[in-house]
Design a protein around this ligand. Structure first.
Ligand code: COI
Length: 376
C-alpha cells in the first residue's frame, strides 16, 4: 500500500508539473496575488552562509515575533518577470541584475545576501516548479518576488542573527488599473520618499510602506500614483512610488540620475540601453553646472537632475519598472495645474517605440543581442 501511495504521489507531483496551464482566467489578470504551488526558501545563520535551500509548498511561514524584519524593518525585496514564448519555453529577464542589486541592498541593510549563482538558480527553480502559472504568450507574465528578511530574534536594535531568503511567484497582467492606457500622476508637495544618506536607493521594504499615505490620498483624488520631488530643494524629479520616470523633449530622453535617493531600476537601465542601441548618445550630469555638456549631441539619453519645470513643456513622459514595464503618462498635476501629454491615444512615439523594443525582447519575439534573457 505504501508503494502504491508513493507512486500516486509521484503522479500528482508530475501532474502538477506537466499540466500545461493552471485553471485561471488568463484574459483578466491584474496585479493581484494569485497563489501558486511552490516557493523557494533557505536560511542562514551568523556565519552568513545560506543553506542550499529548496522548494516547499507555497504558504504561511513561521516568524519569531521578535524577528528583525517585524520589529525594525530589516528586509529587502526584488521583482523580476518570466515570460512564455510562443514555443512554450520560458524566458527570464536579467535575473543576475536582481541578484546583484540584492547584494548592494543587503550591504546597506547589514544583511548577508545569497551569492548571485544561488539567487539565479533559486529563481529558476521557483519558475519551473510553478511553470503552469506562467501565462500564455501575450496574456501577462509570472512576477517573481525574492525576499530577504532578518528572521532571527532581536530586542535591542541590532542586525538579526538569522536571515531567510525566499522566493514566491504570481501570474500578473498590467500593474495600473488603466491597463496600457496612459496614467495620471500628481506631483507630491508634502511627503518625500527618500532623503540624502537614507535608503531610497535600495529596495528595502520600508521605502514602500512610507509612500502608502501619499499614494492613498492621490488615489482618492483619482490619480494613478504620486511623483516625488527631491527632499532638499523640492525642485528635481525623483521617482514614482512604484517606478522610475523619464521625460522626453524633442530628441532628448531624460531621467533623474542615480544619486542614492532613487531606485536603480533594472527596467530603467534597460530602457537607457535600448535607446542607446537606437543611436541615442548617453550623457550623465550630476549637477546643473554641467548640464551644458548635454547639448552637444542631437539625440541624447540623459541621466541628470531633471527639474520639475521641465514637465511643463515635455512632449512625453513615461514610467519604467519591472511591474509597470513602460507605462505612458497622460497627465501630471503640479501645484494645481494639469499638464496633458498628447500623442496617439495619449502614447507618444518615443514611449511606444521603447515599449515595443523592450517587450518584444523580453518575450523572445526578436533577437536578444544584449544577452539579457535567460531561457529555461
Ligand atoms: C517592481 O516593479 O518589481 C516593484 O518592485 C514595484 C512594486 C511596487 C510592485
Amino acid at each position: 500500500v505504501g508503494r502504491v501511495k508513493i507512486v500516486l504521489m509521484g503522479i500528482s507531483w508530475l501532474g502538477r508539473q506537466t499540466s500545461e496551464f493552471a485553471d485561471l482566467d488568463w484574459e483578466n489578470l491584474g496585479f493581484g496575488l494569485v497563489q501558486t504551488d511552490y516557493m523557494y526558501t533557505t536560511k542562514c545563520g551568523p556565519d552568513g552562509n545560506f543553506d542550499k535551500g529548496g522548494m516547499v509548498p507555497f504558504g504561511p511561514i513561521e516568524m519569531n515575533p521578535a524577528s528583525g524584519v517585524l520589529n525594525y524593518g530589516q528586509g529587502l525585496f526584488e521583482g523580476l518577470k518570466a515570460y512564455r514564448k510562443t514555443d512554450g519555453s520560458i524566458l527570464l529577464f536579467r535575473p543576475m541584475e536582481n541578484a546583484m542589486r540584492m547584494q548592494t541592498g543587503a550591504e546597506r541593510m547589514c544583511m548577508p545576501a545569497p551569492p548571485v549563482e544561488q539567487f539565479v538558480d533559486a529563481v529558476k527553480q521557483t519558475v519551473l516548479a510553478n511553470k503552469r502559472w506562467v501565462p500564455p504568450t501575450g496574456k501577462g507574465s509570472l512576477y517573481i518576488r525574492p525576499l530577504l528578511v532578518g528572521s532571527g530574534a532581536v530586542l535591542g536594535l541590532a542586525p538579526a542573527p538569522e536571515y531567510t531568503f525566499l522566493i514566491f511567484a504570481s501570474p500578473v497582467g498590467n500593474y495600473f488599473k488603466e491597463g496600457l492606457a496612459p496614467i495620471n500622476l500628481i506631483v507630491e508637495d508634502k511627503f518625500h520618499r527618500a532623503t540624502p544618506g537614507g535608503t531610497g536607493g535600495v529596495k528595502t521594504i520600508g521605502n514602500y510602506a512610507s509612500v502608502l499615505m501619499a499614494q492613498k490620498i492621490a488615489k482618492e483624488k483619482g490619480y494613478s500614483d504620486v511623483l516625488y520631488l527631491d527632499a532638499v530643494e523640492k525642485k528635481y524629479l525623483e521617482e514614482v512610488s512604484s517606478c522610475n520616470i523619464f521625460v522626453v523633449k524633442g530628441n532628448v530622453i531624460s531621467t533623474p540620475a542615480i544619486k542614492g535617493t532613487i531606485l536603480p531600476g533594472i527596467t530603467r537601465k534597460s530602457i537607457i540601453d535600448v535607446a542607446l542601441s537606437k543611436g541615442f548618445q548617453l550623457t550623465i550630469a550630476l549637477c546643473d553646472e554641467y548640464a551644458f555638456l548635454l547639448k552637444i549631441h542631437k539625440s541624447t539619453v540623459e541621466e541628470r537632475l531633471v527639474s520639475v519645470d521641465e514637465l511643463l513643456d515635455a512632449d512625453e513622459v513615461f514610467c519604467t519598472g519591472t511591474a509597470v514595464v513602460v507605462s505612458p503618462v497622460g497627465s501630471i498635476t503640479y501645484q494645481g495645474k494639469r499638464i496633458e501629454y498628447a500623442g496617439k491615444q495619449g502614447v507618444g512615439a518615443v514611449s511606444r517605440q521603447l515599449y515595443t523594443s523592450l517587450t518584444s525582447l523580453q518575450m523572445g519575439q526578436v533577437e536578444d543581442p544584449m544577452g539579457w534573457t535567460v531561457q529555461l
